[in-house]
Design a binder for this molecule. Structure first.
Ligand code: SF4
Length: 322
């Protein structure tokens, strides 16, 4: 995808989200994170649980107020929108949640869940009915499902209902927060394929949040890897999988099971030692140092900056400096 000439749809600039956890302690969930998302592309935000990827997504849709930094959507800072602009923003940007079991109101029928935003927007009941039917068909359900409640559906079907709800307001940008991690492996591929198809037919832009690199390969144009609140690597998908350059990315990729038995024999899994450290008042050095097999003294003294090592490929590691 040639992005150089285009203006990004979403620009995240030096985003920080800290949570106070005592008088002198900050939990730095997101710490100085910057990246762009261009119209029509899928950017995946990947990392272990606690790396700050979901908090970043929530700051983008304003479920959290950033501590500092900017989130620019279509040229406007989302923290500075007027009431009217905020209303429009809520339609243009939607979120699909991780847990399809918890994100749907158990007392509402599918008709009510998917049509809720349309009714609130004043759409006549007949039109809502028709649009809900169309949306259900779009996500592989049908009008017979309209009067049922969420608990009557399987996990995959519930996620389809969640997707239909997000699509109801004709958004342009969807934040998919681990949308398949609660689903059976056999259903995951169906949901990913459906998201890809919807992107093509509706010109959608996605931020896809996931905890492992195996699922994002087939849906992403670019991948951003986060570790303990910071970005450690970012590249186009092919480049990242072909030339992973941060020791953390290399370890994540080495953990992906290889289907080809011959290749599997030659693959060496890189174990990451220890546990992910606490994000409370982290030291001003490489946050991966305690777990990195290549760490040197410098890594414990100096925070590596995110630097471009090839066009569009940025890495934060002292090892990659020339
Ligand atoms: Fe490892 Fe040092 Fe690179 Fe951090 S900066 S990832 S500790 S080599």
């Amino acid at each position: 995808m040639e992005n150089k000439e285009k203006q990004p749809l979403v620009q995240v600039k030096n985003l920080c989200k800290y949570f106070k956890v005592g008088r002198h302690a900050d939990l730095k969930a997101v710490d100085n994170v910057s990246f762009d998302i261009y119209k029509g592309e899928t950017v995946s935000l990947v990392g272990e649980s606690g790396c700050g990827k979901s908090t970043t997504g929530r700051c983008l849709i304003r479920l959290y107020e950033p501590t500092s930094g900017e989130v620019i959507f279509d040229g406007k800072d989302v923290t500075k929108l007027t009431k009217e602009e905020q209303k429009k923003f809520c339609h243009r940007v939607q979120m699909i949640f991780q847990n399809p079991y918890a994100s749907l109101n158990p007392r509402m029928t599918v008709r009510e869940i998917v049509g809720e935003a349309l009714r609130q927007h004043g759409m006549p009941a007949k039109e809502v009915e028709k649009k809900v039917q169309d949306l259900l068909e779009t996500v592989g359900l049908n009008k017979d499902h309209m009067s049922r409640f969420a608990h009557e559906f399987s996990g995959g079907q519930r996620q389809r209902i969640g997707i239909a709800r997000a699509l109801s307001v004709d958004p342009e940008f969807i934040i998919c927060d681990e949308p398949i991690s609660a689903l059976d492996v056999s259903i995951q591929a169906q949901v990913i394929n459906m998201l890809k198809e919807l992107q093509e037919t509706r010109g959608l832009t996605y931020l896809f949040i996931a905890h492992d690199l195996s699922v994002v390969k087939y849906i992403s144009d670019r991948v951003v890897v986060m570790y303990l609140g910071t970005i450690v690597e970012e590249a186009e998908t092919e480049e990242l999988y072909g030339n992973p350059s941060h020791p953390y990315t290399q370890a994540l990729l080495s953990a992906i099971p290889e289907a080809d038995p011959d290749k599997a024999k030659s693959n060496r899994r890189i174990a990451i030692k220890g546990e992910i450290p606490s994000p409370i008042n982290p030291k001003n050095c490489c946050r991966f140092a305690e777990r990195c097999q290549y760490a040197t003294e410098r890594c414990y003294q100096e925070m590596p900056q995110l630097r471009e090592i090839a066009p569009g490929h940025r890495v934060a590691c002292h090892l990659t400096e020339k």
